[in-house]
Design a protein around this ligand. Sequence first.
Ligand code: CMC
Length: 429
Amino acid sequence: MADRKLILTDPETNKQLDLSVVAGSEGDPTLDIAGLYPKLGYFTFDPGYGSTASCKSDITFIDGGAGILRYRGYPIEQLAEQSSFLECAYLLLYGELPTQEEFTDFDHDITYHTMVHEKINSFMQGFHYDAHPMAILAGVVGSMAAFYHDKLDVNDPDQRDLAAKRLIAKMPTIAAAAYRHSQGWPSAYPKNSLGYSERFLNMMFSVPAEPYEINPVAAKALDLLFILHADHEQNASTSTVRLVGSTGANPYACVAAGISALWGPAHGGANEAVLKMLNEIGTVKRVPEFIQRAKDRDDPFRLMGFGHRVYKNHDPRATIIRKACHEVLEDLGQADELLDLAMELERIALEDEFFIERKLYPNVDFYSGIIYKALNIPTSMFTAMFAIGRTVGWVSQWLEQSATPTRIGRPRQIYTGATEREYVAIEQR
Ligand code: CMC
């Protein structure tokens, strides 16, 4: 693209600034405003970062208007249909689909790192039995820096790669252990003869007292959900990982921060909230009442699993999950009235002017909970499932950022507090 510039003139001083238009390989043009404060003395104000690009990235592309999501150029629909989660992990981390040999090595590396230090298991015993799995996940992942502190040099590419693999490999082990802890079950060690998703199911549900048979339909569905959750460019948790990473903090601290950000109901916590909402609605008859509440500006209630900052047409992940939902329930021979309820809610909402005007559609979290429920994953684990998939995105984005010199992320503010005043001694107040 030819050099495009926008010229900004300050009417008070008549000073001018050329703002370069930075173009990526595709996507909306972006104004480079880095010179704004040094040259004109202005900051920009963009709460919620609705108009701000925080970095350049080669990893994931979203076109929210067209409902497009691509990992390293590959459409999510093709990856969902033809790839596997571990192959997508390789793609996101290293930029290309692996050859057979590369994949075998990668699979071996991930498998080889699935066990956690035994002290991590004892550490987990310190949590109360009813601790939320996301609280355990954030705490335990943060603690990994204490267990693997000999390989924390963020300036060493090999150590960074090792930390990325450790995080991808151990996240399912830790998540399953968090669940087992809540059940009072003994630890289940990873079975390395199994694939990534099968291994997770085995760690979640096997007990020493009887054999556990992995249902291939469940493992395939889980793998698909992990693929769909793997990355989503600069969402809140990934931006958190990048911001923490910009300080030079270790990768376990960065990802623990990402987990905490993901937990919020406006982000990854929405999948748990959707199921709670569907249960609360209970019957199709009550759908209009809840739609009404979602539209009421005085009611804080929102339709969980609806709306997205970027997608204003449809969330391609939701389309894939909606279809998978029907297939999985059919394959498992289950019927779930929550699916009927969800579909009716979607139908009514999509015909309603309020939702049409605001371009609110079901997002990735709307149907995922119904699949998790069919796989017997408890509701409290839903966001932890999201975290397992998203770990790949977090570490890929962290690796990308760490490979190039980065300035610490440090936004400014518009100060609206008291102006200077004199300190008054306590007895005179
Ligand atoms: N139900 C009812 N109204 C909504 C909803 C909803 N789910 N989402 C947005 N709106 C309204 C909102 O009140 C606002 O109306 P008005 O213009 O009259 O004030 C308008 O739509 C624009 O909403 P916004 O809050 O400015 O949009 P945002 O881009 O800041 O927020 C969102 C995006 C996803 C946080 C929001 O849509 C939401 O809270 N959805 C429910 C939670 C959810 O499903 N989150 C998962 C997101 S996808 C997966 C992930 O990121 O983890």
